[in-house]
Design a protein around this ligand. Structure first.
Ligand code: ADP
Ligand code: MG
Length: 883
């Protein structure tokens, strides 16, 4: 079907839809049944059995399995089977962990799926893009991803960037007229929008003509490269470290084996022990557990309304030293209310709160109404030059659309002006608002076919474009004196933290061409709106907390400098000697000048999105790690350049969300703080289990090494080593990943992004605890062995139990870098459970008769446990007393 050749009515007919009403729910259901969901077919997934098999691809595990096979052939059935089982259980655990990480990432994808605005049963609603069906009437605005292939039926300066399809990166102007030519290529079908391309400018409406695989994008989807799994910096560091640790572990193991053989142990025994030790000591699972910990952290962040789009962001969050945040909507409620008007040289005050439509107009303390000259026309203009809708939801008035526009509608409603009479006023053309232009305009045609332009926007942008003004007596030429007066009025409002909007108009001559370049000039100034947008309650405390955590908060806004300053003061964001910079100052500053003053600057006002990039780079050149928020399509470059790009879940555009690594579900600044706190905590937790696992491994290797040096028999048999690796190293380590933040995570400066895995004393802790664990285990073995040299199984059981207990006590030491006594041991219920389960499993393999021959154990008398507990506490408690 060549949709571009059809008139709009033809398209409506063919698809059985009216552009004014949209599809009915019934039609949607039928079409979904017929054509399916609007998705590009999922890429092939790795089959489950392959994920399971992958758990065994590790070299040492393969060696171990081979060794077990040999053991089996040599008649050591029990050992062989026990080892096999342990290896398989280990594989299963790895498999489940991977599945879990995968699932939570899946869920993330769902949460950050793009939305589409469609007209159904006469009502505009936001749905997930996958629910769009052929015939849906779709509304798009700048920053959106086009959800389906569509024939465009309305275009207000609509431009799309279609490089994903055509390779052409210049945006294409979209129009609605049918194209009569034949054989037109996608890039020249200017009345079509294509799935997956970007709206870079303007607004528009289209009718979906193709969805899912039946789109131009769908046809080339199979050609698209699959996305590779990206690893985080920490995962990479660990993978590298892992290689070194493997070499060290293998060398030490080899040493153990050689020494053991020299001391007269049988070669075969030593070989199997060596391989088991290597399997246990090589922390091959570390990167995987880190991934699991990161993805668990991601889930906790979701609960706090922060969606992580890139796993690496979890780590980077902990290093952030500057947050550059939008003011409007992020630090403030984004619930605007017009409180003041400036008209005919007088200030009017408006009562009423929020979007509720009751309120009155006062002048000099006296109520006034429609009889006040120009008031009605000013409010009417405000309604005409407007993109929002006032609706009732659950008995309350709410705004659909831009809150600034919404406030203006509510103000008009307070004077009794209801919906625009579309018979009387017809919008012929619209120049949409964007943060760069800071204004919006419409061309209106009234019932007498007279046309006029209405422009509203930032007063400092519009006043210079005015040559006339109106007062109670009519239109006059705007002289310099009066201009000053207007600017004074703006100042007096902005100083009260009011967001100001000027409204202007110009009558058009008959048949005057509607050239964009001329429409917004030679205007007549009508009046000013002053609206409040109260700061969010929780933001002040969040800024304070960030300050204590060594993180600087910077406000960035397109709003007037005085408004910005006033709000910054209310939030305690701007210190007495803090600087406020304006966009025009930024333009004039060189890079060096900006870098010099950036550390003292806390507010950037009247900036455009282009300035944001400059700000990010200036901070970065001073060594800062920058988090930057953004919502509009033009914010994407700055977001990409920042270390942590933050998109807005409610008011953000698809483009910025896609560019960002974190999305705030509630657009709230306080959520950024919560995410940083969580990010810091996750990193600390990862450090905790790295410390736990590596110290355990050091202990395991050392006890074997010491024994061989002292010409003793093997203190631990292979199954015991593997059991320790599986049970003790596995469960408690996972539980450490679930630790709640320690009280002081937000009371210290951000982590240095360049710091290594073993920084801040982690390395020395691993070595010292590891050595002690090895020593006490050896001591337990030695004590039992010397009293009773014939009973080797008894001595081995003592060593085994001591090693396990020493680790299970040490895990509590790992919870804090300040020692075992600094935290309540029962705080982390998962850890307590993991330890109890591990102890129960230990008691089972020691006391349950059928398992004793398999694990080479023997029942221990009760007083032995007192001894075991006493010495196994030493490695952890010893350092706890040191202060
Ligand atoms: P921010 O989001 O940081 O407050 P914006 O770029 O949205 O900054 O707004 C900048 C200025 O543009 C505002 O101070 C206001 O004067 C003007 N403005 C904002 N929204 C609108 C709108 N919908 N129509 C016309 N002008 C607007
Ligand atoms: Mg804005």
């Amino acid at each position: 079907m060549k949709w571009y050749q059809l008139d709009v009515e033809k398209v409506e007919q063919k698809l059985h839809v009216s552009a004014a009403k949209g599809l009915t729910e019934k039609q949607v259901q039928e079409r979904r049944k017929k054509f399916g969901w609007n998705i590009l077919e999922a890429q092939k997934q790795t089959p489950r059995w392959l994920i399971f098999l992958k758990q065994f691809q590790d070299f040492m595990v393969i060696v171990l399995l081979a060794a077990t096979l040999i053991a089996g052939l040599l008649g050591e059935y029990i050992d062989a089977i026990a080892i096999m089982i342990i290896v398989f259980v280990n594989g299963f655990i790895g498999y489940f962990q991977e599945q879990k990480a995968e699932k939570s990432l899946e869920k993330l994808k769902e949460l950050s799926a793009p939305l589409a605005t469609v007209l159904r049963d006469g009502k505009w609603e936001k749905i997930s893009s996958r629910e769009v069906v052929v015939g849906d009437v779709i509304r798009v605005k700048s920053g959106d991803r086009v959800p389906a292939d569509m024939r465009i039926i309305q275009s207000n300066s609509l431009e799309m960037e279609e490089s994903a399809l055509t390779g052409e990166s210049l945006p294409v102007m979209k129009q609605t007229r049918a194209i009569t030519r034949d054989g037109v290529q996608a890039q020249d079908q200017v009345n079509m929008g294509f799935m997956g391309t970007l709206v870079t400018r303007g607004t528009g409406v289209g009718i979906a003509v193709g969805t899912g695989m039946n789109t131009v994008m769908g046809q080339i989807a199979s050609l698209m490269t699959t996305t590779k799994k990206v690893t985080t910096p920490l995962e990479r560091k660990l993978a590298e470290l892992g290689k070194i640790l493997i070499v060290v572990a293998v060398l030490l193991t080899a040493l153990v084996v050689v020494l053991g053989v020299i001391q007269g142990n049988p070669l075969y025994d030593m070989f199997l022990a060596g391989v088991s030790l290597a399997v246990a000591a090589i922390p091959e699972g570390l990167p995987a557990i880190v991934t699991v910990a990161l993805s668990l952290g991601v889930q906790r962040m979701i609960k706090k309304k922060a969606i992580v789009r890139k796993l690496s962001a979890v780590e980077t969050l902990g290093t952030a030293s500057v947050i550059c945040s939008d003011k409007t909507g992020t630090m403030t409620e984004n619930q605007m209310t017009v409180k003041q008007l400036y008209l005919n040289g007088q200030h009017l005050y408006v009562t009423g709160d929020g979007y509720q439509i009751h309120g009155d107009f006062f002048i000099d303390g006296k109520k006034t109404d429609r009889r006040f000259p120009n008031l009605e026309s000013m409010l009417l203009y405000g309604m005409l030059c407007n993109n929002a809708n006032l609706m009732i939801k659950k008995g309350k008035y709410v705004i659909d659309g831009d809150p600034t526009d919404g406030a203006i509608l509510v103000a008009a409603r307070k004077l009794g002006l209801k919906a625009i009479d579309r018979e009387k006023f017809c919008i012929v053309k619209e120049l949409p608002f964007d943060s760069g232009r800071k204004r919006m305009s419409v061309v209106v045609e009234d019932e007498n076919r007279m046309r006029f332009v209405i422009t509203k926007g930032a007063p400092d942008v519009l006043i210079p474009r005015c040559n006339y003004y109106v007062d109670a007596h009519g239109r006059k030429v705007l002289q310099d004196g009066k201009r000053k007066e207007l600017e004074q009025a703006v100042l007096s409002m902005t100083k009260k933290a009011l967001r100001t909007i000027a409204i202007c108009m110009r009558p058009l001559k008959k048949d005057e061409p509607l050239e964009n370049a001329f429409l917004e000039k030679d205007l007549t100034f009508i009046g000013l709106y002053g609206m409040i947008d109260p700061p969010r309650k929780e933001v002040r405390a969040a800024i304070e907390e960030c300050r204590r955590a060594g993180i600087k908060t910077v406000m960035i806004t397109g709003d007037h400098v005085h408004t910005a300053r006033a709000i910054a003061k209310q939030l305690h964001l701007l210190p007495e000697d803090g600087l406020v910079l304006e966009g025009h100052q930024l333009d004039r500053m060189t890079k060096d000048e900006l870098e010099k003053s950036i550390d003292d600057t806390f507010v950037f006002a009247r900036v455009t999105p282009e300035h944001k990039l400059k700000i990010v780079q200036a901070f970065q050149s001073k060594g800062h790690i920058v988090a930057m928020t953004g919502d509009g399509v033009n914010d994407a470059p700055a977001i990409k350049a920042s270390d942590i790009g933050i998109g807005m879940g409610i008011n953000g555009t698809d483009v910025t969300k896609e560019a960002s690594s974190l999305v705030l579900m509630d657009d709230n600044f306080a959520t950024i703080k919560a995410a940083i706190q969580e990010g810091r905590n996750i990193y600390e937790n990862i450090r905790k289990f790295i410390r736990y696992i590596l110290a355990s491994n050091v202990g395991e290797i050392l006890v074997m090494l010491f024994a061989m040096i002292l010409a003793l028999p093997l203190p631990l048999v292979p199954v015991q080593i593997l059991w320790v690796n599986l049970v003790t190293d596995g469960l408690p380590a996972m539980a450490l990943g679930l630790e709640k933040p320690e009280g002081d995570v937000m009371n210290r400066p951000p982590r240095d992004p360049k710091e290594g895995v073993f920084a801040r004393g982690l390395g020395s802790k691993i070595i010292s605890r590891g050595i002690l664990i090895g020593l006490v285990t050896l001591f337990a073995f030695l004590a039992a062995y010397q009293n009773n040299p014939e009973n080797l199984v008894y001595a081995q059981t003592m060593a085994f139990s001591t090693l396990v207990m020493a680790q299970l006590i040490h895990v509590f030491d790992c919870r804090s870098e300040k020692g075992i006594f600094s935290r309540n041991p029962f705080e982390n219920i998962y850890l307590v459970m993991a330890v109890i389960i591990s102890i129960l499993l230990l008691l089972i393999v020691i006391y349950w008769k059928p398992l004793q021959p398999i694990f080479h154990t023997i029942s221990l008398p009760i007083w032995d446990w007192l001894f075991i507990l006493a010495i196994s506490a030493i490695p952890s408690v010893l350092f706890g007393f040191k202060k």
